[in-house]
Write a protein that binds this ligand. Sequence first.
Ligand code: AMP
Length: 279
Amino acid sequence: MLIFKTSQQMQLWSLSQKRRGKTIAFVPTMGALHEGHLALIDDTRKRCDLCVISIYVNPAQFGPNEDFNKYPRDTERDLALAKERRTDAVFLPANEEIYPAGYQTFVNVGEVTKPLCGASRPGHFRGVATVVAKLFNIVLPDVAIFGEKDFQQLVVIKRMVRDLNFPIEIVGHPIVREKDGLAMSSRNRYLSGEERAAALSIFKSLGEAERMVKNGEKNASRIISKVKATIESNNIMRIDYVNIVNPETLIDISEITRPSLLAIAAFAGKTRLIDNRVI
Ligand code: AMP
């Protein structure tokens, strides 16, 4: 497995592979790899000749009071796991490589960045879109795979790729869960035992919402009320948002007449968790 720390090295390698007719599938990550990330890596195998991942905790997507400094970093372990899953190359840049002195270009995607996480985390998707655009230009992939856990991120990247004509196919991968249903996340390691147990209410509420729709409930606000009640039944949990939206536009829906995205963000103690399901 090759490890590239500079953009130039990474780009030259990708260019040379492409000249030899090889296709590249790319998985951007912030490290602290878990089975969710590794499932995305496995997914590259059936799509392209080569698998490239990036490990970079992008400061531009964290707000001033968020967890950038304490975000889990474990590069040695990440590299061992990536190698085990037969990753061909890892792009592992330092901050100065991505945002050198004088850096001043940012990518702003429009309407789809405004609701949900965009409303609670101002500037987050500007940071995400900017770093992903740069990574695409550095790694030069044919296909890039993103998890549906970050559903809005997937919608934002698809919009950016269409709007800016990146010649890249964007693929969404289903949410990978722990045995009991909790969506895997690098942030789960912040949770105490008690918070971990309380956080399971998010998964439980997704199932309840799905059953309500199957039993004929169409009214979005009644489903949202039930989801909120389930999650807040434990005082460790605090809702950030619960919305039912059109999965393409992310605009709120009041009547469920077609598959709709139930998107949830909630705090377990101080840890912000997100989850979603198309219902
Ligand atoms: P992150 O390191 O959190 O930025 O995540 C890197 C990629 O892995 C993103 O495309 C995430 O959506 C994806 N990902 C993270 N957790 C999961 C999960 N539990 N299931 C599926 N994809 C995930």
